[in-house]
Design a protein around this ligand. Structure first.
Ligand SMILES: Cc1ncc(COP(=O)(O)O)c(C=O)c1O
Length: 442
C-alpha cells in the first residue's frame, strides 16, 4: 500500500485526469496499474482487480493476448509509421480491405460500405463524419448544415462531438462554443415502456422534427443499438430500420456510431446488423485493435465517396490526423479481426452475455437496483439512487473486493473482455451483489 500511495502522490502533483474530480483524487484511492493479463489488472502493490469494463470498453478479448503482441512486434520490425497523407502503406490497405469485407451488407440495398477513412480516436472520427456529411451535401449541389442527434447520446468530447451530446453537461459547460444542432427523442425505453413502442414513439418524434427541417438536414447520427455512455441503454432495432427509411426519404446521411458497440460486443460483429440495415457512414474505434493501440475508422459507400472526386483543388475531403492508419495499430486491428472471426466472438458475446444476465438476476432484485439492461455483454445496472455519488460508492466497494468498475452517474457499467470465464463472471457478479449490500444494506 505504501508503494501505491507513493505513486498516487506523484500522480497528484503531475497529472490531470479526464472526467475526474481532482479534488477527491487522493481520498478516492485511485488504482495505480502496472500490469494486466487476461481479465485481471495488477497494481503497483501487487493487488489484482478484475477489469469489469474492459479498460473503458476497449479490451475486446483479453489483456496480454499473445497473438496481438506478436502481430504488433512483427509490424514494428517492418514499418513503425509512415503517413497516409498523399501516400499509403500495406497494413493500411490490408485493414481497409478487411473492414470492407466484414462491413454490414444487405441483399436488398446495393449501397455497401466500400471505403475506409482512418483516424486515431473516436471523437476525431465523429468530427470527420459530421464534416463529411456537410461537405457531401455541398458537393451534391444541395448544401445542408443541420445535424440531428438523439437525447442520451454520447459521441466523444471534441467541440463537434460535444455539440451532439444528449445530456445537458456539455451545454452547461461549453454552450457558447458549441454548434447548433437538433436533438430528438431517444428510442431507449424509459419508465417500463415496451421497447417496440419506445422505438415507434422516437420515430414519430423524429418525423415531426424532420417535417420542420428536412431541407436543412445533412445527417442523423445515432449510436447503433445501445446508447452507451448515456447509461447503457439498448433499444429496439426497428428504430434503426425507421431511421434508414427516413434518411432515404429525405436524402440525409445516416451515421451509425459503432465506436462503443462495434467488434462483437453486442452479439453481432457490428451492432447495426441486429437491424439488418446498412448505414451511409459507420464509425468504429475502441475495440478495433483489441485494446492495444488507439485507432478509429470511418466506413462509407461509393455513393458518398464518389461525390468527393472530380477536377479542381477542392475535390477532396478536408480532414486528416497525423497518426491516421498507424501501421502498428493496423497490424493489431487485422489480428484482432482475424481472432474475432476464428473464435466467433459475436457468439462468445451472446453466450457470455446470457451467463452474465442469469448471474445478475439476484442483483436485479436488490432494493437499490432500478433496472438491469443488457445487449450481448454491454450491461448497465441502474441504481435507484438514494445516496449522493451512489454509483461511485458501489464501485469503490467493489474495488475493495477486487473488481474494477466505473459508473456512469447512477449506472454501474459491466462490459468485461470476452475471454472472461464463467467462474470469473460469477466472481464479478458476487462482488457486485456484496458491494450493493456494503453501500445500501441487504
Ligand atoms: C459511442 C461513442 N462514440 C464516440 C466515443 C468517443 O471515443 P473517444 O473517447 O475514443 O474519442 C465514445 C466514447 O466512449 C463512444 O462511446
Amino acid at each position: 500500500m505504501k508503494e501505491t500511495m507513493n505513486w498516487q502522490f506523484r500522480d497528484a502533483r503531475a497529472v490531470w485526469h479526464p472526467y475526474t474530480r481532482q479534488q477527491d483524487w487522493l481520498s478516492d484511492d485511485p488504482l495505480v496499474i502496472e500490469r494486466a493479463e487476461g481479465v485481471w489488472l495488477t497494481d503497483v502493490s501487487g493487488r489484482r482487480f478484475l477489469d469489469a469494463c474492459g479498460s473503458l470498453w476497449v479490451t475486446t478479448y483479453r489483456h496480454g493476448e499473445p497473438r496481438l503482441k506478436a502481430a504488433v512486434s512483427r509490424q514494428l520490425e517492418e514499418l513503425d509509421h509512415s503517413t497516409f497523407f498523399g501516400a499509403t502503406h500495406t497494413p493500411g490497405i490490408r485493414l481497409a480491405e478487411r473492414l470492407v469485407e466484414l462491413a454490414p451488407a444487405s441483399e436488398s440495398d446495393p449501397r455497401g460500405l466500400t471505403r475506409v477513412f482512418f483516424g486515431s480516436d473516436g471523437a476525431s472520427m465523429v468530427d470527420a463524419a459530421l464534416k463529411l456529411a456537410y461537405q457531401f451535401s455541398v458537393r451534391s449541389g444541395r448544401p445542408r448544415d443541420l445535424i440531428l442527434h438523439l437525447e442520451n447520446s454520447f459521441h466523444g468530447d471534441s467541440i463537434a462531438a460535444s455539440s451532439i451530446m444528449g445530456g445537458e453537461q456539455s451545454q452547461s459547460a461549453y454552450g457558447p462554443l458549441l454548434m447548433s444542432t437538433r436533438r430528438t427523442t431517444s428510442p431507449a425505453p424509459a419508465d417500463g415502456l415496451d421497447p417496440a413502442r419506445a422505438a415507434a414513439r422516437a420515430l414519430d418524434d423524429l418525423e415531426k422534427v424532420l417535417a420542420g427541417c428536412h431541407e436543412r438536414c445533412c445527417a442523423l447520427i445515432v449510436e447503433a443499438m445501445v446508447q452507451a455512455a448515456g447509461g447503457m441503454l439498448p433499444y429496439h432495432p426497428a428504430f434503426l430500420q425507421g431511421c434508414r427509411e427516413l434518411a432515404d426519404r429525405y436524402g440525409f446521411l445516416l451515421i451509425c456510431d459503432e465506436i462503443a458497440a462495434g467488434v462483437a460486443r453486442t452479439g453481432q460483429m457490428w451492432a447495426t446488423q441486429h437491424a439488418g440495415i446498412v448505414p451511409d457512414v459507420m464509425l468504429c474505434g475502441k475495440g478495433l485493435t483489441g485494446g492495444v493501440l488507439p485507432m478509429s475508422a470511418l466506413l462509407t459507400g461509393d455513393h458518398v465517396a464518389d461525390a468527393f472526386t472530380g477536377p479542381g483543388a477542392t475535390a477532396m475531403f478536408f480532414h486528416g490526423h497525423t497518426y491516421a492508419a498507424n501501421p502498428l495499430a493496423c497490424a493489431a486491428a487485422l489480428e484482432n479481426l482475424a481472432m474475432a472471426q476464428e473464435l466467433d466472438l459475436p457468439a462468445v458475446a451472446r453466450d457470455k452475455g446470457a451467463v452474465l444476465g442469469a448471474l445478475l438476476e439476484p442483483v436485479a432484485k436488490h432494493h437499490a437496483v432500478r433496472e438491469v439492461r443488457r445487449l450481448g455483454v454491454m450491461t448497465g445496472i441502474e441504481l435507484a439512487a438514494s445516496l449522493p455519488r451512489a454509483g461511485f460508492r458501489v464501485c469503490a466497494a467493489a474495488q475493495e473486493r477486487g473488481v474494477w468498475m466505473r459508473a456512469l452517474g447512477d449506472v454501474l457499467v459491466v462490459m468485461p473482455p470476452l475471454a472472461i470465464t464463467d467462474d470469473e463472471l460469477a466472481q464479478l457478479t458476487a462482488v457486485i451483489e456484496a458491494s450493493l449490500e456494503d453501500v445500501f444494506g441487504r
